[in-house]
Design a binder for this molecule. Structure first.
Ligand SMILES: [Zn+2]
Length: 567
């Protein structure tokens, strides 16, 4: 092999023996599949084929050498067991390098191949300083249009002949892949027997073929309104990976120039694709929570000071479905320390949302059902007082996640959130968690859940999510540490002489409401500096955290994921 594998075969054996969790997707024996019409079965096959092409796109976006390295591994794997194991890890991470949820530094499969701040969205050697300087020069010489394209969510950026930068729209850069996907979507639309779904597929196919953000907007809008279709197909566009674009707001001069030019920088989208079958029973439960959202919007702190994401009086433009998954590809399949149990899309930066379109919330059944029961027991025994064990429940966690996803639709709108630059995701994910917990007593009042379930939700949230197995880096996990520290400081959680966690249920609602108010204030401040200082204040990592992290790691941590696809 041209490149040297940086992880020993022994270490790879250990990873696969002890640290991998399987997420098993549905196969053709699954009852939900057998109950589909013949046309929909055929459509599903084409949708899965389309989704798999997105693996190539996401790998290319993630690192300039990913595709070549994968080929190299596949070739070497024919004769080398070491390469075969490295390839397995490569497929799990969806690339040559990535965070594994435990170690501070990302894991690297090859010597000398590491994650880049600008991923492959930007030239590999482009430093932050040089990036800012080029943009300033371009703005001062009247190249506003080009800068806007460079700072858009849907372009790959490369050097131009004159040494400045140029943007290549995704539809151009990924023309071959997008056209293959569009083709399969049209075939799926031909076979599927649901008119509304077919119409969406045709819009989505067109959006992949045209360099026109309006087409994405139209596809998104058709996708987001489907509440009663048999199949699910999603192209996800989320910008958590790109750490380069957001830095432009940290340079005061550049920020000013961009504001004057009316340019709003948006981080680059990593693309994913997801295919599944709608689960009717699970979807019914979600809709009972949806009915409460308008009432909740009015209960948000400082709600008179900003425009709510959900305007009161309007109908809530939000569909929700529980899905049995047939394929997770691209961004969805880059399992780097975690895998998402639900997603609420499109995100606020998307044109569909900015022009009044709705959102669609998709829950991943096979992901949430893939937990390790034995480890749960060991965790409770090691870290939690016995009286609380009865309240630990995966059903409660599912309801917490419903509250989290709905939480994204409550509070200040995107103009406030985006103003926080690189801190926007940490603050927003923290907000969604805190909204979920703070609003749970309201669901009790409405009879959606009972008092016992409320206790289970509080307990499970604290035990499952706020105990960190390592000092967190990823946006969702940083929120976990904030919550732990906040609750510890207010003595909602305490540790007894055996270092076992206890919860003061009476103090919890008061603390959580003040945490929610602080969070909303940060968003309203529009200040990345304030956000940074606030995050630092609540992310102290001390003896108790280290004790918990060490204990959790000693229980065995399955921080790698392999997705088993059968279609
Ligand atoms: Zn979220």
């Amino acid at each position: 092999m041209k490149h040297k594998i940086a992880i020993s075969e022994e270490k790879l054996d250990e990873i696969f023996a002890e640290h991998v969790r399987d997420v098993v997707l549905i196969d053709d024996k699954f009852s939900g599949y057998r109950n589909l019409s013949e046309g929909n079965k055929k459509a599903l096959q084409y949708l899965v084929r389309a989704a798999k092409v997105m693996n190539i796109v996401a790998m290319e976006q993630d690192h300039p050498q990913n595709l070549a390295l994968k080929k190299e591994l596949e070739e070497a794997a024919k004769t080398s067991s070491h390469a075969a194991k490295a390839l397995r890890l490569f497929n799990s991470l969806g690339g040559a390098s990535g965070h594994n949820g435990i170690d501070f530094e990302p894991i690297e499969i090859f010597e000398g191949i590491n994650l880049l701040k600008g991923k492959n969205f930007y030239p590999q050697d482009l430093s932050v300083e040089k990036f800012h300087q080029i943009l300033k020069d371009m703005l001062k010489s009247g190249q506003q249009d080009n800068v806007k394209k460079i700072l858009s969510a849907r372009s790959m950026v490369r050097y131009s002949d004159d040494g400045t930068l140029k943007a290549i729209d995704y539809t151009e850069y990924f023309a071959a892949q997008f056209s293959a996907i569009a083709n399969d979507l049209e075939l799926a639309a031909y076979y599927s027997d649901n008119h509304e779904f077919n119409e969406f597929l045709n819009w989505q196919a067109q959006a992949l073929l045209q360099n026109n953000e309006d087409m994405d907007m139209l596809a998104d809008k058709h996708w987001a309104v489907m509440q009663d279709t048999p199949l699910e197909f999603t192209i996800s566009r989320e910008n958590y990976e790109d750490e380069m674009t957001g830095t432009v707001l940290e340079d005061e001069e550049l920020k000013k120039l961009l504001t004057e030019a009316g340019i709003e920088p948006i981080a680059k989208d990593t693309l994913g694709a997801r295919v599944g079958i709608i689960n009717q029973e699970g979807t019914k439960l979600l809709l009972t929570f949806k009915e409460q959202m308008k009432k909740l919007a009015n209960l948000m702190p400082l709600s008179d000071k900003y425009q709510q994401t959900i305007a009161s009086g309007e109908t809530i433009k939000q569909t929700m479905v529980d899905v049995d998954l047939a394929a997770l590809c691209g961004d969805f399949a880059q399992c780097r320390g975690g895998i998402t149990t639900a997603e609420n899309l499109p995100n606020d930066d998307k044109l569909a949302i900015k022009t009044g379109g709705g959102r669609r919330n998709v829950y991943h059944r096979q992901v949430r059902m893939s937990y390790d029961e034995q480890r749960d027991k060991r965790l409770l025994n090691a870290l939690v007082v016995p009286e609380l064990h009865q309240y630990y429940s995966h059903e409660a966690d599912h309801i917490f996640v419903i509250g989290h996803e709905n939480g994204h639709s409550l509070g200040p709108n995107s103009s406030y959130k985006d103003a926080l630059g690189n801190y926007r995701h940490i603050i927003e994910e923290n907000k969604a968690d805190v909204v979920s917990i703070a609003m749970m007593p309201e669901y009790v009042k409405s009879g959606v859940i009972d008092e016992l379930m409320l206790k289970k939700i509080y307990t499970t949230w604290i035990v499952m999510r706020s105990l960190c197995k390592a000092k967190p880096i990823e946006s969702h996990r940083v929120g976990d540490l904030i919550h732990f520290n906040y609750l510890l400081q207010r003595e909602v959680i305490t540790f007894n002489a055996d270092k076992k966690l206890n919860i003061d249920f009476a103090k919890l609602p008061i603390a959580i409401n003040s945490l929610l108010a602080e969070t909303i204030e940060i968003q309203l401040s529009r200040s990345p500096q304030k956000a940074k200082a606030w995050i630092e204040k609540y992310t102290k990592w001390e003896d108790i955290h280290i004790y918990i992290a060490n204990t959790l790691q000693s229980l065995g941590v399955k921080n790698y994921i392999e997705i088993r696809t059968h279609f």
